[in-house]
Design a protein around this ligand. Structure first.
Ligand code: ADP
Ligand code: MG
Length: 627
């Protein structure tokens, strides 16, 4: 119920000054909404008092949509029309979606727009539409609890979400009638919820293991300001994998082969209950009557915590490997960290806590509810962004996961914004034309750590046209990379002497998976030496080509300045360089280029003399004195 604001005449309380702002944790497994009231965070419950909204959307034949616990209940019986883990599909192309879809019982269809849709009884539904249904329930919940329209929302995303995934999340929010104040990385939100900025200076690790995603972030807190030093993780690793491990164990034990979609779903639900019970108990008994779940005979067994731990140990170790990589990216050792924060329901698993504490050499902070910290942090941030705390100086800096750059001559990548640069960021770099009279330049935007274009991921291509013809190297093309606070990239190019401009906003049609990011990083480390050689070779070739083009142009114009033998010598040097440039020996190409430079010295001197003579021709000395 909304409260009336009562104010003395002349002492207006400006009743609408406090704007309603919410923070939403749009999770793979659960979603929740929080707000700030009288300076304190409050997670908003549903009518039945529950805080966690299962991120499950069920489509019915009559077009009605069911979201949350009721949908989850129906997941086993109506698997095809009940979408779980829809977050995993956000911003992904058909190929990636099919890979995910293999583990889930959906029928994926390629839409005319090139994106994958779920074929449900109510028609084709996109991951964005399904997420919008979840967000809509949370918006309605917040409006009912707060008694008014919501001014804006901060929505959290995994730190590793790429451009397409972030854009898809924004689209879903817009579809749900929410104004997105900002997208915020989940681990960053957790750090805000713990108020680490006010309590501790230092470097902290945020370990977030949810149902479907794992994120590790290394944050530095300095004078109340957060900086994300490094992020890492895996968007396909979480408590769901623990459920699958138990389900496989049950299937092997009970002799279940090729379960259909509904049995699979039931097995997973049972496995999840068993897993969650094992966080508090040492063992859980299980039994299946013959026939149920496809079991050929009666089956009884007990899963001990110890055995469960052996089933998931490798996956837990995978999270620690990602932690090690993130630390290495930040140039840190575990001992450099002041605090470790646990986030996500799966950090309730005792083995996870033990291994994390061992790895970092200290027990983790866990006094806030690991389910709620992300939404609470988002609410704190939303409250500041709508201006309810004008004196606040909280600044959140996130980083880009992979370097962004442009293709340059010779198939090389020029990095413009290096990996782990904090966002928002704007970086400009100048490029120039390679050939005389070049009037167009094609720009190829790339993402990745490697030196060669073929080893990086292509994000977009566009053309800058209408460059006035000039000699090679005279045009000044200023390319500006801008990554906004949500991690969306736009690139513009401008020829500064003429003002010709072209621009592109990069929205790749599908996302890069975390595995891809990790693979690209690993490859770039492994290939560093090879890449340096490749770069040296490409640079030597580009320089050689520039040189012979310039020499040939000069010969065409003023070859008559040379004697026949001098001309022959120079042409031979050009041919020698061209022949060598095809081979893979950078040093030899450079030597041949130097030889050509040397051979053309006389020629250059004569051209200069000729140029001076030409300038004087027909002019008297006084002409020059006057000017
Ligand atoms: P997400 O961020 O992916 O939505 P959550 O942070 O809500 O995920 O975590 C959900 C995961 O946490 C599920 O896999 C769930 O089974 C697991 N989980 C919740 N409670 C427990 C528990 N007591 N023990 C083990 N796992 C738990
Ligand atoms: Mg989460």
């Amino acid at each position: 119920m909304a409260l009336l604001q009562i104010a003395e005449p002349g002492q207006s309380q400006a009743p609408h000054q406090h704007k309603l702002a919410i923070g939403i944790d749009l999770g793979t497994t659960h979603s929740l909404v929080a707000t700030m009231q009288s300076g304190l965070p409050r997670v908003l419950p549903a009518e039945d008092g529950s805080f966690l909204l299962p991120s499950v959307v069920r489509y019915l034949a009559d077009g009605a949509v069911v979201v949350g616990e009721a949908a989850r209940q129906a997941a086993a019986s109506d698997a095809l029309n009940t979408l779980v883990s829809v977050k995993r599909f956000m911003g992904r192309g058909l190929e990636a979606a099919h890979q995910l879809g293999d583990q889930l019982p959906y029928e994926l269809v390629m839409h005319d727009n090139g994106m994958p849709y779920f074929n449900t009884i109510a028609g084709l539904k996109s991951p964005v539409e399904a997420s919008a249904e979840i967000l809509n329930v949370l918006r309605v919940r917040a409006e009912a609890a707060l008694g008014g329209d919501i001014t804006g929302a901060v929505i959290t995303v995994p730190a590793y979400f790429d451009e397409a995934q972030r854009q898809a999340t924004k689209d879903a929010a817009t579809l749900a009638g929410l104004k997105v104040l900002r997208l915020l990385n989940e681990p960053t939100a957790a750090a805000v919820a713990y108020g680490l900025d006010q309590q501790h200076e230092g470097i902290h690790a945020i370990y977030d293991l949810g149902g479907g995603t794992f994120d590790i972030s290394i944050l530095r807190l300095h004078q109340g300001v957060f900086e994300v030093l490094a992020t890492g993780g895996d968007s396909a690793l979480g408590g769901d994998d623990f459920d699958h491990a138990i389900a496989s164990w049950i299937m092997a034990g009970a002799g279940i082969v090729n379960p259909d979609a509904e049995i699979q779903r039931r097995l997973l639900q049972t496995s999840r209950r068993v897993k969650e019970a094992l966080s508090a108990r040492d063992s859980v008994p299980l039994s299946l009557a013959a026939g149920t779940g496809g079991a050929p005979a009666d089956w009884q067994a007990t899963l001990t915590r110890e055995h469960f731990e052996s089933l998931i140990a490798a996956r837990v170790d995978d999270t620690l490997k990602a932690c090690r990589r993130a630390l290495r990216d930040a140039g840190l050792k575990p001992a450099d960290l002041s605090e470790v924060v646990l986030v996500g329901g799966s950090t309730r698993v005792p083995l996870v806590r033990r291994r994390v504490a061992e790895f970092f050499g200290k027990p983790a902070l866990d006094h806030l509810d690991p389910d709620q910290v992300v939404a609470v942090g988002a609410a704190v941030q939303a409250n500041i962004l709508v201006g309810n705390k004008p004196d606040s100086d909280l600044l959140l800096l996130d980083v880009i996961p992979l370097s962004l750059g442009l293709e340059t001559y010779g198939g090389l990548v020029e990095k413009v914004v290096p990996r782990n640069t904090t966002i928002p960021v704007a970086r400009a770099q100048e490029f120039t034309t390679f050939k005389d009279g070049q009037t167009a330049m094609s720009l190829h935007v790339l993402q990745g750590e490697r030196e060669m274009v073929s080893d990086c991921r292509s994000l977009a291509r566009f053309e800058l046209q209408g460059i006035p013809p000039m000699v090679a190297g005279a045009a000044r093309i200023r390319v500006l990379f801008q990554v906004d606070a949500d991690g969306l990239l736009s690139v513009s190019a401008e020829e500064t002497t003429s003002g010709v401009r072209a621009e592109i906003v990069v929205k790749p049609s599908w996302g890069l998976q975390d595995d891809d990011i990790l693979r690209l990083l690993r490859e770039s480390q492994a290939a560093a030496v090879q890449d340096m050689q490749a770069r040296a070779l490409a640079e030597a070739r580009a320089e050689a080509e520039r040189l012979w083009i310039a020499t040939e142009a000069a010969l065409a114009q003023q070859g008559e300045l040379l004697s026949a033998s001098e001309l022959a010598e120079l042409q031979a040097a050009v041919q020698g360089l061209k022949a060598l440039a095809i081979a893979d020996d950078a040093a030899a190409i450079t030597a041949a280029a130097e030889a050509l430079n040397h051979a053309s010295e006389t020629f250059a001197a004569r051209r200069m003399d000729a140029g001076i003579r030409q300038a004087f021709t027909g002019k008297t000395l006084t002409d020059f004195e006057e000017h």
